[in-house]
Write a protein that binds this ligand. Sequence first.
Ligand code: TYM
Length: 523
Amino acid sequence: MIVDLVVVIHPPMTTTTKGEEEEESSEQVVTPWDVSAGADGKIDYAKLVREFGCSEIDENLIERIERCTKTKAHPFLRRGLFFAHRELDEIVSSYEKGEKFYLYTGRGPSSESLHLGHLVPFQFTKWLQDAFKVPLVIQLTDDEKFLWKDLQLEDCRRLARENAKDIAACGFNPETTFIFADASYMCSSFYVNMVKIAKCVTFNQAKGIFGFTGDSNIGQIGFPPVQAAPSFPDCFPHMFGMNKKSLKCLIPCAIDQDPYFRMTRDVSHRIGGYKPALVESRFFPALKGESGKMSASDPTSAIYVTDTAKEIKNKINKHAFSGGGATIEEQRENGANLEVDVPWKWLNFFLEDDEKLKEIGEKYGSGEMLTGEIKQILVDVLTPMVEEHQKRRALVTDEVLDVYFNPTKTPKVFLDLFREYEEKEFGKWEKKKGGGDSENDDLCAALEEKMKLEGATENEEGCAIGAPKSEDWLRIRKERMQRDAPTEGSKSALKKAAKIKAAAEKKAAEKAAKAAARGEAAT
Ligand code: TYM
């Protein structure tokens, strides 16, 4: 029985009288495909947190993140723009104990380029990747957009690659970031996860979560497991091995994606995985007002990462919704309403300097600053940011992109990434088993012995969380140890290896002695 799948965020189509329709349309709607504000033109985030059942991020959690990553929190976190979570505290607790995790985020490629709102989760993910030093997978749901939009599949596949260039331009480490598009990547272990998830969710539950109706095509109804599956590391055997519990997963996104992962979390234990954790943002508002997501079909509702300096200036000056007074006198008299002012809200996302932001808020809110002035500040912040992005994007050639998309990414990178944790685990094991004194330079053999001693199965070799578990893993490890063996740096590892080997030998001797004793007793 699945619990918690009861929140209807997009009610199934019903026949209503006109009055009822009007009443319904004044309700805010937040689904992965539709975001619209309530009657007051605002998104009620506190209500979303209540209805979705996630938690608000508090100061204490932010401080813990800063402490364990030794990194100042990103402005999106400091300013409450990433404001909600599901079990982010658990991820942090595990991390404090030395356990890594992987990040998973995505994009539905429906337009030629990203708008500034799309940059929000990607910029934040980049910060998370750097701060926590963890791997990342990015899903491009070309299939989702084909199923929902009036687009050919081939167009969606092309757009996926185009969008990937913008994503790569955010600066993700190509060695630890795997970008994949569903229509190209779908592999056996991914599919196995999908069908397992699909079997756990009834059509009624899917209707409740996503608002599917009798008119929804069956591709749409079957799609949610596609977005759910990458929450489990064994969808990426080349990176994380085949153990569904080798790594926990943290998903950064805007809160519109929450329904997918609410469903995922509800089925996780039934398919033998960890519940993915989430860190969720508010929406970067549309240029014309805080009514939710920006629309690709209305280019004046958004600024795109491809816009020129002139377009940015024109869009902001002509279309940015202002909370300032209608006349200079009114503005001087009453100040601006920051609650609805788009230039102010946008600066909160992209002006990094906290002090400057505070000063602008005070001056503009009190009427000392005029609307034209804050708009000019916004132009000055966004123009270089977008130009920088364009320069970085120009460097993302097809060859560069292929590195991100490479589905046989060398596991060595992940071994190195998780080495610190691995050695910690290794130390723990050594303590538990005790060890001998003699020196031995084959750490790899010792580790193999350790696995045998612990009776590890193929899925739970006692090695690094997140390290690939296979023949390859052992080979690469051996090569690395041989390469490192004579160096100073590996001395302690060699000592550990010696102890492990001695422990293994001791254990084997004890076992043999016991067996011999049993044999004697039997005769
Ligand atoms: P998509 O393409 O609609 O959006 C991509 C990411 O951007 C976020 N987002 C926004 N964030 C802030 N302000 C906005 N105005 C805004 N508009 C969009 C979205 O929440 C998302 O994080 N189905 C997904 C693709 C996907 C995905 C994922 C997203 C697949 N797997 C895992 C997040 C996590 C989609 O169509 O996103």
